[in-house]
Design a protein. Structure first.
Length: 165
């Protein structure tokens, strides 16, 4: 595991990406990768945009294992990357925000607020519209998933009421 975590910081794009893919695979099945969440949070400060992207992706992938609320405690710092210095990092992060919101329902409003207030004027015009479109898509998906979950809860409550009658 340590080898994979170290490889996330590799200057070799292919080595870093291979480590990311393996860690994402492991994250689906167990909380083992979550044990490195502090390192992922620290990696969001890296000068290297590839490292930031990998870290943000793993934070989202491990949100379901976050019983210690480490993501919650660092959410403001994490959400700053919606407008990361590199638009590709911002786009990749925005893409995984619905996954983060689904795993951390208490953070949905914070995530939506950060998306709505994102100032994309830092990006060249050629990228600004694309990032804005990504933001709208992620926000819509988060809202849709919230509505689905609310509907499921309401449906379950309705079923329970009918059974008790």
């Amino acid at each position: 595991m340590t080898r994979l975590i170290d490889a996330l910081r590799s200057k070799s794009a292919s080595e870093g990406y291979a480590a990311l893919r393996e860690l994402l695979r492991l994250s689906r099945d167990s909380a083992e990768v979550y044990g490195y969440i502090e390192q992922f949070i620290e990696m969001t400060d890296s000068e290297n945009s590839y490292i930031r992207t990998r870290a943000l992706t793993l934070i989202a992938a491990n949100a379901g294992w976050d019983t210690d609320c480490r993501i919650d405690e660092n959410i403001d710092k994490i959400l700053e990357h919606i407008t990361d210095a590199k638009p590709i990092t911002a786009r990749k992060f925005i893409e995984v925000l619905p996954e983060l919101a689904a795993a951390k329902p208490d953070l949905r409003q914070d995530i939506l607020a950060a998306l709505y207030h994102a100032d994309t004027r830092r990006y060249p015009l050629s990228m600004r519209g694309i990032v804005d479109s990504d933001i709208r898509k992620a926000a819509a998906e988060i809202k849709m998933n919230r509505n689905k979950n609310q509907s499921a809860v309401e449906l379950e409550a309705d079923r329970g009421a009918r059974v008790r009658r």
